[in-house]
Design a binder for this molecule. Structure first.
Ligand SMILES: Cc1cc2nc3c(=O)[nH]c(=O)nc-3n(C[C@H](O)[C@H](O)[C@H](O)COP(=O)(O)OP(=O)(O)OC[C@H]3O[C@@H](n4cnc5c(N)ncnc54)[C@H](O)[C@@H]3O)c2cc1C
Length: 372
């Protein structure tokens, strides 16, 4: 850890999986973190999440690997099925050979469990201060850092801010002006208890049933006591981003013509949550952001530009003055030599040598790159 890093402080907005992981990654560099989360209690909603070998490597690096492993289910295979004829399309073994090749296991976990595993590491990290019930409303970019304010009227200062505030990110909107875009994919998610799971689908694998403009995935959670069910389809309606209660009738209407084996899964959940999904282009927006912070940043840019131009002008002027002085000195010497030559011929060689020495002395002075 260097002194400079120890003095750096970064604000992270959002205490989801992304925000917590970012906080741990920063403190591993010796950077202090202030985490601001709008929710009163930290927790995760949703169902399961799949973790490839690289995810476990990343979690190990953050100090959350062991806790996550203890809560994950390690699968035997990855299976893809044809949802219309019910046949297997491909099966990948995730055994020891797979683990050796990819440097880690393939796992599945409840979202609440992976979130908790990372949260535990955050809570033990003395470099992280975690504030809940804090809804961030604005961010201003300053010449010496950032100023973040919340809806309670509090203002926080830091060297930088990281926006991990999800799809409707305030930080993204205030800094680069880009909004989320709705994809048109709708995802239904549910958790099914083991006793409700069809016997022939109690498989220790993420099993994906691919159909026309729809697919369905299920895999075990929490030691196989529960199963995660995810159903995705391309919506025929104009969607708005959001999470609502879903209806079995809507799901069934998108799965007409699907094989009875995957179809039986749609009967099992007792309640569904419906996500109209969205994403965001990570690139910068074309339009200029209109925040005060941006104006400050632009003012800083202008001042920096003016400083560069003035410095160039000064250096140009200094260089020109130096060349003028040099020419005057050479002219004076020449004039004197001429006079000496006219009157004292024996010393002429010595005087010529002195003139060359003067010119060399002038040439030894550094010339301004900008003016040659
Ligand atoms: C059920 C489900 C299953 C999924 N399965 C997978 C999977 O298998 N594999 C995969 O890679 N991805 C999966 N995803 C997607 C993945 O989980 C998400 O992309 C990821 O969790 C996003 O994390 P995040 O921290 O960036 O955002 P979020 O989880 O949205 O967290 C944002 C946080 O910021 C807070 N916040 C928002 N605005 C403010 C504000 N103004 N001030 C303060 N706090 C604020 C919110 O309260 C929230 O806590 C799944 C998603 C869901 C819902």
């Amino acid at each position: 850890m260097t002194d400079t890093k120890a003095k750096q402080k970064i604000i992270i907005v959002g205490g989801g999986i992304g925000g917590l992981a970012a906080a741990l990654a920063l403190t591993r560099q010796g950077i202090q973190v202030l985490l601001l989360e709008q929710a009163e209690h930290i927790g995760e909603i949703g169902a399961g999440i799949q973790l490839g070998p690289n995810a476990f490597n990343a979690l190990d690096a953050l100090g959350a690997g062991e806790a996550t492993r203890n809560r994950a289910v390690f699968t035997d295979h990855l299976i893809m099925m044809d949802a219309v004829d019910g046949n297997e399309v491909v099966r990948i073994e995730t055994d020891e050979k797979f683990r050796e090749r990819f440097g880690g296991p393939y796992g599945v976990i409840h979202r609440a469990d992976i979130h908790l595993s990372i949260l535990e590491a955050v809570q033990h990290d003395p470099l992280i201060e975690f504030k809940t019930s804090t809804h961030v409303a604005d961010v201003k970019l300053k010449s010496d850092g950032v100023e973040v304010s919340d809806t309670n009227g509090n203002v926080y200062h830091a060297d930088a801010v990281v926006g991990c505030d999800g799809v409707k990110s305030v930080i993204r909107e205030k800094t680069i002006g880009r909004h989320h875009r709705v994809t048109g994919h709708v995802v239904y998610r549910a958790v099914v208890d083991l006793e409700n799971m069809p016997e022939d689908l109690r498989v220790n694998a993420p099993m994906l049933w691919a159909g026309p403009r729809c697919h369905l995935v299920h895999y075990p959670l929490r030691g196989g006591q529960q199963y995660n069910l995810v159903v995705t389809f391309h919506s025929r309606d104009e969607e708005e981003w959001g999470v609502t209660d879903g209806s079995k009738e809507e799901v069934m209407s998108y799965f007409e013509g699907v094989h009875p084996r995957p179809l039986q899964m749609l009967d099992r959940p007792t309640s569904w949550r419906r996500w109209a999904t969205a994403d965001a282009d990570p690139g910068l927006d074309d339009k200029e952001p209109q925040t005060d912070g941006h104006q400050n940043a632009r003012a800083d840019e202008r001042q920096a530009h003016d400083r560069v131009m003035k410095s160039r002008h000064d250096r140009h002027r200094t260089g020109q003055q130096r060349r003028d002085r040099h020419e005057r000195r050479v002219a004076a010497k020449n004039h004197r030599d001429q006079r000496i030559g006219e009157h004292q011929h024996p010393q002429r060689g010595q005087n010529l040598f002195q003139v060359v020495a003067v010119i060399q002395a002038a040439d030894d002075q550094p010339l301004d790159n900008q003016t040659i």
